[in-house]
Design a protein around this ligand. Sequence first.
Ligand SMILES: [Zn+2]
Length: 160
Amino acid sequence: MSKTASKTASKTASKTAIRTDKKQIPIAEGLFAWPSSSPQLIGSRCQGCGEVAFPKQSGCPNCAGDSTEEVLLSRRGKLWTWTIQHFPPPHPYAGDLDAFVPFGVGYIELPEGIRVEARLSLSDPEELEIGMEMELAIEKFAEREDGVELMTFVFQPAAT
Ligand SMILES: [Zn+2]
């Protein structure tokens, strides 16, 4: 693994530009249903007690039952709490450390009754407010050395 190769990555990576000429893959399998103009997170629901979990789990964290089904979660929720991540998370970090820019992290409360931890599309505290309506989006997280773009899910202020 080369550390220096990452220096060639753009220092000004735009978080909104969608390059369709590049191969884009989810940062992890089974996290969200995509490509789609209406992406959704993939969770699980316990067939015993109805508890919903994200990411999906084969066992229920509530009743320890082992019978769960996959469910697509609501695209919208309310910002329950948030913070700004000013430093790269501890190793291992899949992103480009040289190109790191602070980003918002929050918990989104979904109608299913769970709170999902997620990156936020915004990093400006002035634009974030607890209780605001948020909506799921898929965004570029990093670019591999072979040019493949790793996509992750974020929540952005919902269009009204
Ligand atoms: Zn259960």
